[in-house]
Each structure stands twice: as C-alpha cells, then as structure tokens.
Design a protein around this ligand. Structure first.
Ligand SMILES: NC(=O)c1ccc[n+]([C@@H]2O[C@H](COP(=O)([O-])OP(=O)(O)OC[C@H]3O[C@@H](n4cnc5c(N)ncnc54)[C@H](O)[C@@H]3O)[C@@H](O)[C@H]2O)c1
Length: 424
C-alpha cells in the first residue's frame, strides 16, 4: 500500500491458469450460458495442432456450437479485420453469435477483440478508432494465448496496422478486455525460438516499463471516468515485480530449450503478471519509441521493444534508483555496491536481448543516422505514452535514448565503470 495511490485496476473477470486447463473451457462456456460462438485463430492451429478440433467437439458435447475462422495473420491490419468481419457474417447468414474465443498469439487475440466490435453491426473497424460510444454492442471475449507474451488476454486494446500509412492504430475500451483469460502454458510448448524470444522480451518490457512508469497519483486520466490505463500503484507493482523475477529465471531457459516445461510455465505466468501490471498502469518510452522504429523498419513488436529497453533504463537512474536496484536483485546482478548494481541493469538487459538473438542497436535494425530526428519526433507524437515517462524533460530524454540506441552506448553505465561512486 502507498498512501498516495489512486487505484483504478482492471483485469479479466475470470483468470483460468495452469497446464492443461483448456479442458475446462467447454463446460465453462455452457455454464456462462453461451450457445453459439466464433473461434478466431490461424492455420497453424487448425492445421498443425488438435486444439481447435478438440475445442469444437468438447463444446458441442455441452450444447455449444462453434464456428471457426482461421484467417488470422501476424500483425493484423484493418483490412484483414474488415475482410474477416464480412466473411464471418456471411457464413453466419444472419444468425448471431453470443461470444468470441481467441486462440493464438497477440495477433489473433487482437483480431478477435476487433471482431467483438465489428461483428454485431458489420461496420468497418476504423469506425471505432478513438473513443467508442457507450451504446456500442461488444461481444464477450474468451482469450487463450499461445505465446508468452503480449498479455493481450488482460488488456483493453487491440493493436492493428493501418495499411494506408503503415502505422499501428488501436481500438481501446475496458469492455474489450476478455471476460475470461484462459492461460494454458501447454499452448506455448510449440513456439519456435524466434517467437519465444520476441514474446518473452515483450513480457519483460511490459513488466519493467510498468514497474517504472508514472505514479497513479500523477497520471493524467484526461477526464476519462473509465480509464484503460492510469499509472502505477502498489498493486500493479506487485505483479510487475513477480513478472520480472520470473523473466529473469525463465526467459533464456525457454528460448534455449523449448521442451523445458518449467521454463515454459514460468514464462506463461510472467506474461500474465506483466499484463496485470501494465494492463492498468500503462507503458511509456520503450513502447512509444518502439512503435516509431517499427513504422520505419517493419520489425516485429518484440524486436523493436528489445532494442530500446536497455537505453530507456540507462536514462532513468536519477528518477527510479530504488526500483532499478530491485530489478538488479531480481535479475541476480552480482554486485554488492547498490550504485554499481543500478548502473549495471541496462547492460544486463542488453546481454539478455543479445542472448536470445535479437538486435541491440538501432544501427543493427537498419536505421540510418539521418533517421534519428524523425524517430524522436514520431515517438513523441505518441502522446499517451510520452506523457507517462517519469522524467522532467521528456523530449530531451527521448532524444538521448534514440541517439544512444543508435550508437549502442550506455552512458550511465560507462560513467559508473569509470567512477564507481559518482552515479546518484
Ligand atoms: N493488445 C495488446 O495489448 C497487445 C500487447 C502487445 C502486443 N500486441 C500485438 O501482438 C502481436 C504480436 O503477438 P505475438 O508476439 O504473440 O505473436 P503473433 O501472434 O504475431 O504470432 C507470431 C507467429 O507465431 C505463431 N505462433 C503463435 N503461437 C504459436 C505456438 N504456440 N506454436 C507455434 N507457433 C505459434 C503464429 O501462428 C504466428 O505465425 C503484435 O501485433 C502486437 O502489436 C498486442
């Protein structure tokens, strides 16, 4: 508890977790009163796993009919969403569905969230960008993540790519949070190393970024009576703390050996706990700059987060010293001097990024030195993230972060190496 906290905590109404827990879903669907639903997934799951067939058969045995749409794609576009809306509505022939089930990574979950909005009325998803009208019907969503991960099973938004200008847009509303998040770590056992690394770094970024973000008491909710994000508080920090510990213990293990079930289960929990933190606290500079980098390079969400995370941490030692020390301890940084331990966090995170095969500089992502100013400008343009960065001069720090990330320099860490006692 912190006396100054202003808690606005939102989470899925039901969180079902544990290896093999997917077997519980058919009976739960019946108990919740559902009778006809839509499963949103992609061809990997219909073609290479038995999970979709098992779900459909199990549901039928409980009087629930499920229609399957397996046209999900990585980083879904608004165009894909509108095509899916039309295809599903045609197959339904006017019959309503009373729920949607997402099976897949963040991409399929986000597509399913968007369909919860568009299926009832058939309108294009762009009609729902910005504030969603209170009277808009939204179908209930059950999310089953197969990566560990994005945490989309616990967040209020769907991220879509706008193909007109290659930027990411969001549909966002607390009513889009899944009513049921069913997290069966066995779903992640088939993730290839590249997907494991991307998703795992995404989870670590969510945990660290929300652990360090602006306090709830200082967060500007913009007058929203039902904010999706509202700054960190002691409750969100509990989840973030445990998520960072689990990522420190299991991320590299799950990448190096996908059959390490303890590591897979650990990362599934890490991902959900990170989402229970950032899903209310919100995010800031890593994601804000990463979106701009993704717009330029078209690299994946996890990769662009991974490259920025160490450089953002390096400029936070003056405002988040205690928290960085806690992170140093959680990541087992073997250094008894607290100042040196704090300064070593960015480098340790960068080593982890490199160890899972992801780039550690913007140069290595193909960004030119001439792109730096535009990247800073575009990142600052994501105002909802920039305003939550807990530093006095956000534009100056964003500029320093991008310059450092381009060149691969960690000035705070370098300074401590040279003068161990000088870092505050
Ligand atoms: N809404 C949110 O809160 C939120 C948060 C973070 C990220 N995202 C979005 O999530 C997306 C990234 O999601 P992701 O990292 O989970 O990857 P993904 O969903 O894009 O999947 C990547 C690939 O991995 C495959 N895959 C997924 N699970 C698998 C499994 N168990 N076995 C084998 N293959 C598997 C998929 O079929 C796909 O081809 C991005 O579009 C990002 O914008 C959303």
């Amino acid at each position: 508890m912190r006396v100054e906290d202003l808690v606005y905590f939102c989470a899925p109404a039901r969180l079902v977790m544990g290896a093999g827990c997917r077997a519980q879903l058919p009976a739960l669907l019946h108990r919740l009163g559902y009778r006809r639903g839509l499963v949103v997934t992609d061809t990997f799951f219909t073609g290479a796993t038995p999970w979709v067939d098992e779900l459909v058969a199990g549901a039928r045995a409980h009087d629930v009919e499920l229609l399957v749409y397996d046209g999900g794609m990585p980083d879904p576009t608004t165009t894909l969403c509108d095509a899916a809306t039309a295809a599903v509505r045609e197959r339904l022939g006017g019959l309503p569905v009373d729920h949607v089930i997402a099976l897949g990574g963040g991409s399929n979950i986000d597509l399913a969230k968007a369909l919860c909005l568009t299926l009832p009325g058939g309108r294009p998803v762009r009609a729902f960008l910005g504030r969603i009208d209170a009277g808009t019907p939204i179908l209930p969503l059950i999310a089953m993540p197969t990566t560990a991960g994005t945490g989309s099973e616990a967040t209020p938004g769907a991220i879509l790519v706008d193909p007109d200008n290659a930027t990411k847009v969001a549909v966002m509303d607390n009513r889009l949070r899944p009513g049921v998040a069913l997290v069966d770590p066995e779903f992640t056992y088939t993730c290839p190393p590249r997907v494991t690394a991307d998703a795992g770094i995404d989870a670590l970024t969510h945990a660290i970024e929300s652990y360090l973000t602006l306090d709830s008491a200082r967060f500007d909710r913009g007058g929203d009576p039902d904010p999706g994000y509202s700054g960190r508080n002691a409750l969100t920090m509990l989840f973030a703390h445990e998520s960072i510990r689990l990522c420190g213990r299991y991320l590299l293990r799950s990448y190096r050996d996908g059959s390490d079930t303890e590591a897979r289960i650990g990362m599934s929990y890490a991902s959900v706990y990170a989402a229970l933190s950032y899903g209310s606290a919100g995010l800031n500079a890593v994601h804000g700059i990463a979106y701009a980098v993704a717009g330029l390079t078209h690299l994946s969400h996890g990769t662009t987060n991974a490259v920025m995370l160490p450089y953002v941490l390096d400029v936070l030692a003056d405002v988040r010293r205690e928290e960085l020390l806690a992170i140093a301890r959680l990541l087992d940084i073997a250094e008894s001097d607290p100042d040196i331990a704090v300064a070593r966090v960015p480098g340790a995170v960068r080593e982890l990024v490199a160890a899972v095969g992801l780039p550690t500089t913007l140069q290595a992502c193909g960004v030119g030195q001439g792109d730096i100013d535009a990247l800073v400008r575009d990142a600052l343009g994501v105002a909802r993230l920039a305003k939550a960065f807990p530093v006095p001069d956000v534009p100056a720090r964003y500029a320093a972060i991008v310059r450092n990330a381009w060149a691969g320099t960690l000035p705070a860490e370098a300074q401590t190496r040279a003068h161990p006692r000088r870092v505050a």
